[in-house]
Design a protein around this ligand. Structure first.
Ligand SMILES: NC(=O)c1ccc[n+]([C@@H]2O[C@H](COP(=O)([O-])OP(=O)(O)OC[C@H]3O[C@@H](n4cnc5c(N)ncnc54)[C@H](O)[C@@H]3O)[C@@H](O)[C@H]2O)c1
Ligand SMILES: O=C(O)C(=O)C[C@@H](O)[C@H](O)[C@H](O)COP(=O)(O)O
Ligand SMILES: [Zn+2]
Length: 369
């Protein structure tokens, strides 16, 4: 098992990455289970595959699991789900010192984390991520949120978990499309800050996607280590360091909004395409080389992720996509900083980007190929 510390000012927590963690949760999470009854917020599919193992381990430790099921899909990151969940947590008499377990992908993690951030002004929670995306990204770092009609993650809070347990066994039941979507965020770490890791992914990405145990463990642990380092440096995204984790997301979130947060485009798929667009836009500005931008495109395409916006068949133009970006949380006094690339492994925050220019670039991309 790999253990990575997220070292924050005055407090820190562990991210454990390994096998058999869910089936041993009763022992693994002992300090976080202070009462006999244990509230578990679970994605319905995660519970179907992993609920029994979790339940057996908790019962063996003398605990009584109390399940709350969340419908799969981005639609569950809503005000309605949040209201229902907080009512349930109140009915369960969850106290500030308790920890709620969040079993599932980024949807359950973001929703439960936000509910715990506001319940009685803050109670504890433990992330039990069961998707690749949640293991490498969403379970770590304390960003929690729901979506609103205006856009993605627009209402939320920073609220760090007490513990993260990423059980690699859980990925054995994950659909291939969801593995690929999670892999987009893995590629992101290489592209934004570690060209050696990007090289490694070019050579070993197929193994990661196929679930090769050693490759998977390396990819997850390396991704978590990089995220932990960035979060420790800039927990609340104020210095600019953490904003780099948004690489591909300004484009990606606009595409998610345009496709109605539906299954047509998963978050990771939007990020993959968004990274290609960020790379091509950087090349258009004369920053990253065209060859390097094409290398990124090939890595995305080789993973079976969308690499061409024209292939999405969107009925909108570049201006409509740029309009979604006006709600981006990075907006600052009327301008939107973009995460762009100087080369693979060197992302930076560009503050001189005009949205009209981005809209024109998107029009070109929508018509290309
Ligand atoms: N907080 C953050 O820092 C952060 C980072 C990245 C993404 N996110 C958010 O995470 C969300 C996406 O997360 P996701 O990709 O995990 O999607 P998800 O939570 O929707 O899960 C994907 C699918 O996998 C199923 N599933 C989950 N675990 C399973 C398992 N072990 N076996 C079989 N099926 C399983 C789910 O039912 C769902 O259908 C988005 O809302 C995104 O905005 C947040
Ligand atoms: O942890 C971060 O910081 C990230 O930006 C990680 C992203 O992968 C994630 O999708 C995040 O939710 C996007 O952040 P947002 O602030 O744009 O909602
Ligand atoms: Zn993301």
């Amino acid at each position: 098992m790999a253990v990575i510390d997220v070292a924050l000012a005055g407090r820190s927590y562990e991210v454990r990455v390994g096998h058999g963690l869910l089936a041993a949760i009763g022992e693994q999470a002992t300090p976080f289970l202070r009462k006999a009854s244990v509230p578990i917020v679970a994605d319905a599919n995660a519970r179907k595959h992993w609920g029994e193992a979790v339940e057996a381990s908790l019962r063996a430790a003398g605990k009584e699991p109390r399940w709350y099921e969340v419908a799969p899909g981005e639609g569950s990151k809503s005000w309605e789900s949040l209201a229902r969940l907080t009512d349930w947590l109140l009915a369960e008499e969850v106290e500030r010192g308790d920890h709620v377990l969040a079993l599932g992908g980024g949807v359950v993690g973001d929703l439960t984390g936000f509910a715990c951030a506001i319940l009685k002004r803050g109670c504890g929670f433990v992330q039990l991520p069961t998707t690749l995306l949640a293991q490498v990204d969403s379970s770590v770092g304390g960003k929690t949120a729901i979506n609103t009609a205006a856009g993605k993650n627009l209402v939320g809070a920073f609220h760090q978990p007490g513990l993260v347990m990423a059980d690699l066994d859980a990925l054995g039941t994950l659909p291939a499309r969801e593995m690929r979507a999670g892999y987009a965020e893995v590629l992101k770490y290489g592209i934004l800050g570690d060209s050696g890791f990007f090289d490694w992914l070019e050579a070993n990405g197929a193994k990661v996607l196929a679930g090769d145990p050693a490759a998977l463990e390396h990819a997850v642990a390396a991704s978590v280590a990089m995220k932990a380092r960035i979060v420790a440096e800039d927990e609340r995204e104020t210095s600019g360091a953490r904003a780099l984790l948004n690489l591909g997301h300004t484009f990606g979130h606009a595409l998610e909004a345009e496709t109605g947060f539906s299954d047509c485009l998963l978050h990771g798929e939007g990020v993959a395409l968004g990274m290609v667009l960020a790379a091509r836009y950087s090349a258009r500005r004369g920053e990253i080389s065209t060859d390097a931008a094409e290398r990124i495109t090939r890595a995305v395409d080789a993973a079976g992720l969308p690499a061409e916006i024209s292939a999405l068949g969107l009925a909108c133009d570049g201006r409509a996509l740029a309009d979604h970006m006006l709600h981006d949380k990075k907006m600052d006094a009327g301008s939107l900083p973009f995460i762009l690339l100087r080369c693979i492994g060197d992302a930076y925050l560009a503050k001189d980007v005009q949205l009209a220019d981005v809209a024109a670039f998107l029009d070109e991309q929508l018509q290309a190929h």
